[in-house]
Design a protein around this ligand. Structure first.
Ligand SMILES: O=C(O)CCC(=O)C(=O)O
Length: 387
């Protein structure tokens, strides 16, 4: 791959230092965008148009106070449980206490690892070559572990609290407003950036299939919700170039060359507090730096697509599987939305559940119970959709 910035490795202190002016400037520009606030609806029950306008203009929006305190605690506890039961290293089936590691019953390995403060993807052909330029790496502390858990894959069968979050009526109403009532799921992944360990995610745009479509538009590859369990700070967060989701394929190596570093000048940090959630367009240029700060970030990603962009598409997944998203596939995968809505209804009976139009006639079949846990939820992510 074309790597226009020579590979650079810094000490953790030098890395943190090199970010300070960039962070100060980026924070100021992020707050000037004005794309943040609670999820709000107008008198007709529609998402306020100024929220939609800001999302389409900038490519992301920060929803404040999405989680109740008790929900935030449940989510943090579930992530802590998954990390406590992680394999002791990427090849082991045992955790650090000698117990069988969690997640061994699932078909797809839930834990993804990286070397501390490294850049596993930038400048390589991995992930369909989506990450063309390398990031600056940093040397972790001498007592740092060899590996750090970077991601959990398949949140909804790993952590029940994330299934309830998946049914969040405010977030699902946003999905409907942005994508139409027949919106469909993508995947659910946790990003973990431990202080002094979290690796970078090199600059990229997420979509892979529709860039050259005749009817390509700013929403062609859908979006991710990114719910934050800890503050998302300029030093540990995802940075994005506002408006780049409307530009088609962006020449990332040129941007990195112009910056003469991995600190692309036009990007802003996606800042928020614990319990807030972003909506982020998957076409926006985005990435995150090695976390040489003292604060952890844990982000729960849940993505959605417009149905018309998925319908009958045959794609090669990042792991090489070739799949066609026909009606049956879309229907079975979409059941997770309805089951999430029911899981949430059981925990929060005071809340009005979201009405998911495509499965409005199948509410009974999609209750959250022992049977659907076994027959639908377990290994649901074998049906993840991807464009
Ligand atoms: O959370 C991160 O650091 C990176 C997230 C990302 O690249 C993505 O969701 O596509």
């Amino acid at each position: 791959m074309n790597d226009v910035v020579a590979h650079i490795t810094l000490s953790a202190e030098e890395h943190a230092q090199s970010m300070s002016t960039y962070i100060e400037d980026g924070e100021r520009r992020a707050h000037e965008l004005g794309n943040r606030g609670p999820i709000r609806f107008d008198v007709d029950g529609n998402l306020e148009s100024r929220i939609l306008d800001a999302y389409w203009e900038h490519g992301f929006y920060v929803f404040e106070d999405v989680l109740r305190d008790s929900e935030l605690s449940d989510l943090r506890e579930d992530v802590a449980r998954m990390l406590d039961g992680a394999p002791r290293d990427p090849k082991s089936d045992l955790d650090t206490k000698g117990r069988q590691a969690l997640g061994r019953e699932f078909s797809r390995e839930p834990y993804r690892w990286a070397r501390p403060l490294s850049d596993p993807l930038g400048g390589t052909s991995k992930n369909k070559g989506r990450h063309p330029s390398a990031m600056h790496e940093a040397v972790p502390a001498q007592d740092a572990p060899k590996w750090t858990v970077q991601n959990l894959h398949g949140n909804l069968h790993l952590m029940e609290s994330t299934l309830r979050l998946y049914g969040h009526p405010g977030l699902l109403a946003v999905a409907e407003a942005v994508l139409g009532a027949d919106f469909v799921p993508y995947n659910e992944v946790t990003f973990i950036k431990e202080p002094g360990l979290g690796p970078s995610v090199a600059w990229h745009q997420d979509g892979t299939t529709h860039w050259d479509s005749d009817d390509w538009d700013a929403g062609a590859h859908g979006f991710n919700f990114m719910t934050q369990l800890y503050p998302s700070t300029a030093a540990n967060c995802v940075w994005a170039i506002p408006g780049s989701h409307k530009q088609g394929k962006v020449d990332i190596p040129q941007l990195v060359k112009d910056a003469d570093s991995d600190r692309i000048a036009s990007a802003v940090p996606m800042l928020c507090e614990a319990g807030d959630a972003f909506i982020m367009n998957r076409q926006i240029v985005h990435g995150s730096f090695a976390n040489t700060s003292s604060e952890r970030r844990v982000t729960l990603n849940a993505g959605f697509f417009p149905r018309k962009r998925i319908q009958d598409m045959t794609v090669t997944h990042l792991d090489g599987r070739v799949v066609t998203f026909d009606d049956h596939h879309i229907h079975e995968r979409s059941r997770m939305i309805q089951i999430g809505i029911d899981a949430r209804r059981q925990r929060y009976p005071d809340e009005a559940p979201f009405h998911y139009a495509p499965l409005a006639d199948e509410v009974e079949e999609n209750r959250w119970n022992a049977e659907t846990r076994r027959s639908v939820v377990k290994d649901y992510n074998l049906r993840d959709m991807y464009i």
